[in-house]
Design a binder for this molecule. Structure first.
Ligand SMILES: [Zn+2]
Length: 249
């Protein structure tokens, strides 16, 4: 018997998973990638992926940091089973994921994190992301804002309210708390997580230099189509995977 200790995540494609195994590896990779881009906070924050049956959600377990998540640290839970969230190892705030998947059939992956810059933006009055570069244009439909409470999101009602505040957007800021980001698949969710952080830092930098000159909504819509083409994301996903493997060697 050869015992192989899993220490590095296995690279898998980032489009909708075709097996449960692939979904678990996508969660592991997604966690490790966003950890490198400012999303790590102790063992908090979580990434999830909708399984190929459309019904099972695969989500990081609690107790491990984003940067160390392996496929074996990923739990499967039925999106229609409210008792599934009381299982061993489940993050308290997993309910946000479940309610957002239930509200949005188009969503294939979700990230909740306490990214420092997103929390900073969510701590301001009337937080808004300005179209200062191509980065912010990924969020051309704006950001949702959940400001009912700054508590942990643990009840069904709170989970539903977060999904409602998200609406049809990619991101909802949780006031004084963190952020929930959704994507068509893990590639889009990870891109949004990384790009959101960059866009906020860019806004801080530009505004500290002087008065800013944002792009118009019309321009934002035009650039979006060119800049955010679905097939580009395969390239990004593969590049992030290579960076992780380089780190593990
Ligand atoms: Zn949280």
């Amino acid at each position: 018997v050869i015992l192989v200790l899993e220490t590095a995540p296995m690279q898998v494609p980032g489009r909708r998973p075709t097996s449960d195994e692939e979904a678990r590896h996508q969660v592991s990779l997604g966690c490790r990638i966003i950890a490198r881009f400012g999303h790590e906070d102790l063992t908090l924050g979580h990434v999830s992926v909708r399984g190929p049956d459309h019904q099972t959600i695969f989500i990081k377990r609690k107790g491990v940091a984003l940067s160390e998540v392996l496929a074996t640290d990923v739990l499967g839970v039925d999106v229609e089973d409210p008792d599934g969230l009381s299982g061993d190892g489940m993050h308290l705030e997993a309910v946000m994921h479940m309610e957002s998947y239930r509200a949005r059939a188009d969503v294939g992956a979700i990230i909740h994190s306490h990214s420092l810059y997103a929390v900073a933006l969510g701590a301001t009055k009337n937080p808004a992301l300005q179209f200062l570069s191509h980065d912010a244009l990924l969020f051309r439909e704006g950001m949702g804002l959940f400001d009912e409470t700054a508590h942990l999101i643990t009840t069904l009602e709170q989970g539903k309210a977060v999904a409602e505040a998200l609406g049809q957007r990619r991101v909802v800021l949780l006031k004084n708390h963190g952020v929930l980001i959704v994507g068509e698949d893990i590639r889009w969710a990870v891109l949004a997580a990384i790009t959101l952080d960059r866009a906020i830092r860019l806004q801080i930098a530009a505004r500290s230099i002087g008065p800013v000159e944002p792009l118009s909504q019309r321009f934002a819509d035009e650039i979006f189509e060119e800049k955010y083409q679905d097939h580009f994301l395969d390239e990004y996903w593969d590049a992030w995977g290579r960076q992780l493997r380089g780190e593990a060697e």
